[in-house]
Design a binder for this molecule. Sequence first.
Ligand SMILES: Cc1ncc(COP(=O)(O)O)c(C=O)c1O
Length: 407
Amino acid sequence: MDVFDKYALVSGRHSKVVQAGADPFGVCINEVTSATRGRINGRDTILVGTNNYLGLTFDPACTDAAVAAIREYGTGTTGSRIANGTYAIHRELEREIADFMQRRGALVFPTGYQANLGMLAGLAGPRDVILMDADSHSSIYDGCRLSGATVVRFRHNNADDLDRRLARLADQGECKLIVVEGIYSMLGDQAPLAELAEVKERHGAYLLVDEAHSVGVLGEHGRGAAEAQGVEAAVDFIAGTFSKSLGAVGGFVASDHPKFDVLRFCCRQYMFTASSCPSSIASVRAAFRRIREQPELRQRLWANAGALYDGLIALGFEVCSARSPIIAVRLPDEQTAFRAWHRLLEHGVYVNLALPPGTPNGVCLLRCSVSAAHTPDEIAEVCRRFARLAAELSESETDETPLAAHG
Ligand SMILES: Cc1ncc(COP(=O)(O)O)c(C=O)c1O
């Protein structure tokens, strides 16, 4: 028995895809020329799958801050937050995040993934119950598992189902923690936070909202879905990432809880890993300033999202949610989705291919994410290239020639 035998099925599936002409899970961007363009396979490509919602990865204030931080503090901290890895800039960023999110305190983690692991395993233990939305990100699934709590999944965005499950659990668990996302990463739909918050209050539970895809994107000030839906007071813990609208690497959790800071000494994902490198911390501080000072970035993002959304609907594509900067185009099966993804790449458009089991309800998706940095011309060009794809799809349907054989 080989130690890798357990992966035979997965690697067989992957080889088939690669033999068909491209590896959607091994795309290499050879050159990144801007927040919205790169060279892939020698071709200038419009990037429409990078979660770079505000396009800040090349913002001069962010890049200058990162470069200056490397010169001042070095390339890495070489230590964890509880040893030598807390610099003044880590503390300053935590204060700024708390201030931005209008919370009493915030903790910074090396990634958003670790922020979710750390919070779930830090807040909940074997005597507690976590109620998680069924469509949650892997980091939430993994954090739940790590916590040792009893984990109960409720139906996606279904406050009644949450209510029923909480009622059944009335006598179980010391604390109950509900976990949802502001905007869901695959389909781009929003959590109905007001309904969920009402249920949470009635059952005396805590509520954690992962705003990974909604900070900088939703709300008058960019604080996320809870701000946009007017329910911030009902949210006990807000998790976020630096790897999307903030254009860097890292994550955070913010809270008003007066004892929140104890997690600095009890949360293993915070304590036992090297702290974020100075360049990330510095660029994220600059990115938060941009979000504060330039609401027009958010307006541009939504204008672009609306234009692409309308364009794809007009072309007859099935889109999975209401308007959102994540536009998930549903295709009928895995083969068609792969071919469509490959063909788009050949047309110079990069989107994410998302397949089961990584998608809700086994759907096959071309997942687009829009940026404020896309120009209206780029969005129009993406629509034109999707139009070509639509023609190729219907052609291959009628003459039953596999799409990959065209061109
Ligand atoms: C909802 C959600 N939470 C957390 C994460 C993890 O963030 P990071 O990339 O910073 O680890 C992601 C990343 O895709 C996400 O979509």
